[in-house]
Write a protein that binds this ligand. Structure first.
Ligand SMILES: Cc1cc2nc3c(=O)[nH]c(=O)nc-3n(C[C@H](O)[C@H](O)[C@H](O)COP(=O)(O)OP(=O)(O)OC[C@H]3O[C@@H](n4cnc5c(N)ncnc54)[C@H](O)[C@@H]3O)c2cc1C
Length: 499
């Protein structure tokens, strides 16, 4: 195979592209991944950050989807313990809600049944004494509080870890690499790629389009490909407020006045509450989505309807952060967005002995299984490859369980604070050993570039994790954007400008 030719070119470094590149590389295929901005810079860093079965899909009788998601949730807890952790949810039932306690209880029993073997605690109902101890939940018309478990996931780092694992298995992975044109060949395609100021041509037998909201733009580059006309967007936004005192320790699943579900989730070590999400049809060209003032008001209203704080309702001025992402759906223009399935859809077209595959939809939780599904489809199109291998293989950084990670953070080098070491353990997982090793060789690397950010960490993210800007580091490699003040953020910006 010539140097500039690959078996698969994956376009898009969100969770799906990264997972497909990882799986394919591990099966012995020659893979290139192109990500035009930073890994996870669109939908895969804008999710609700849950590895979950999707309790509400039970209402739509999507038992297969829920069972698969619960099985993948269990797999993620095992293979990425540094990034995915169990989370207890409370589900209050009020007299004014559409769904009765009995109905929800039955749903939770089914959820337990479908997650059998997943080692999560079962669902149940809080005793009155436990309800009385909840600090903020309103009690008027409260009929019951149910509980169940799901998992929290660091979406951006899960994406990054799949991309880095793919690289470790031989794939050519890069961010700030854009596919700008695709031309069919007798067998496969030539893609034009712009990166780091230059333009290259790459021959690919198969192209996998995981461009998320931009999937239609890529589809439109090839003749007779999937139809870009059927792509729709629904915007989902989240707001973040500081955690009140005393802190909430559980997440809440809240029903709004209709049938929508809103989550209130303790986030980032319990320092913040994340509240989301909305579901607003979005028209026009895709891009970075923005949480509107109406969405902020809707989420604040929803929260304040359930909770009462002594200092008064949570207000717009309490919001310290927000984000929005686009769900990309595939369905005919005359169908209501709410009626279009959220399951992943794959569309293909062939080009000689090669082909083009376009992916729409899907879930963060099921990305590994979706990657397997994609590779099975490519195999059916004639691409020979090794067997599936990802189910039980630790993700990048994922070889240490949570107990060991706590212990490694506790016993690490004293030149770095315990707080920073703990943050490292649940950010870099077993790669904390790399940071410790470098500090042992050169203790000068403990010098803080910004409060709580030693130089060794910045050198690591820049050289190993492809972080090229302060935003890559503060927003996606870590969430230090929410912890550093403006001066601290500027120190990080200066470092990236000089290095
Ligand atoms: C509001 C919201 C909440 C959600 N919450 C959850 C949740 O809690 N749990 C869950 O399991 N799922 C959740 N999901 C679903 C999940 O987040 C998405 O299914 C998933 O992130 C989609 O990933 P992707 O890789 O398909 O797309 P993206 O993450 O959008 O990635 C596409 C990438 O392609 C790149 N790209 C585009 N064009 C080009 C080009 N020409 N060249 C190179 N690169 C290109 C983009 O820069 C982008 O990074 C949520 C989704 C939304 C919108």
């Amino acid at each position: 195979m010539p140097a500039n030719s690959v078996d698969i070119l994956v376009v898009g470094g969100g969770i799906h592209g990264a997972a497909i590149a990882r799986d394919a590389a591990g099966r012995g295929l020659k893979v290139m991944l192109a990500e035009k901005e930073d890994y996870a810079s669109f939908t895969s860093s804008a999710s609700s950050k849950l590895a979950h079965g999707g309790l509400r899909y039970l209402e739509h009788m999507e038992f297969g989807l829920v069972r698969e998601s619960l099985s993948e949730r269990a797999g993620l807890l095992r293979t990425a313990p540094h990034l995915v952790s169990p989370l207890k949810f409370l589900l209050p039932i009020f007299a004014w809600q559409k769904r009765s306690a009995w109905f929800v209880h039955t749903g939770l029993a089914l959820y337990d049944l479908l997650s059998l073997g997943g080692e999560m605690p079962g669902s149940g109902r809080l005793a009155q004494s436990e309800i009385d101890a909840l600090p903020y939940l309103r009690h008027d018309h409260l009929k019951a509080v149910l509980h169940y478990h799901d998992a929290h996931a660091d979406d951006a780092r899960l994406t990054l870890s799949a991309a880095l694992d793919a690289r470790g298995r031989g794939a050519d992975i890069a961010n700030r690499r854009t596919v700008t044109a695709i031309v069919p060949l007798a067998n496969g395609y030539t893609a034009t790629i712009v990166e780091r100021g230059g333009t290259n041509e790459v021959e690919a037998r198969f192209i996998v389009n995981t461009a998320g909201p931009f999937v239609g733009q890529l589809d439109a580059m090839i003749p007779h490909g999937p139809s870009p006309q059927n792509i729709r967007f629904v915007r989902g936004s989240h707001i973040v407020v500081p955690m009140p005192e005393p802190a909430e320790t559980c997440a809440y699943t809240l029903q709004d006045e209709g049938e929508r579900i809103i989550f209130s989730i303790p986030w980032l070590g319990g320092n913040f509450l994340m509240i989301g999400t909305t579901d607003i049809p979005q028209t026009g060209a895709p891009g970075h989505a923005v949480c509107s003032n109406q969405e902020k008001a809707y989420l604040l209203d929803a929260y304040n309807r359930y909770f009462s704080r002594s200092g008064g309702p949570v207000a717009d001025s309490d919001i310290v952060f927000d984000w929005a992402g686009l769900r990309t759906l595939h369905g005919s223009p005359d169908k209501a967005a709410s009626r279009i399935s959220r399951e992943v859809t794959l569309e293909t077209s062939t080009q000689g002995n090669g082909g083009f595959l376009s992916l729409v939809g899907g879930k963060l939780t099921t990305h590994r299984a979706t990657a397997e599904q994609v590779l099975a489809r490519l195999r059916s199109m004639g691409l020979e490859m090794g067997p599936a291998w990802t189910r039980n293989t630790p993700q990048y950084g994922g070889t240490l369980d949570r107990k060991t990670l706590f212990a490694r953070a506790a016993e690490g080098p004293a030149v770095v604070s315990q707080h920073t070491r703990q943050r490292w353990a649940f950010t870099y997982g077993d790669k904390i050993e790399t940071l410790y090793g470098q500090l042992q060789t050169d203790p000068g690397l403990a010098e803080e570039i910004a409060p709580g950010v030693p130089r060794v960490e910045l050198e690591h993210v820049a050289s190993v994790e492809d972080a090229g800007t302060s935003e890559d580091f503060l927003m996606r490699r870590t969430k230090l954007q929410l912890f550093l003040d403006e001066a601290g953020r500027e120190m990080i910006e200066d470092w990236f400008a000089k290095n």
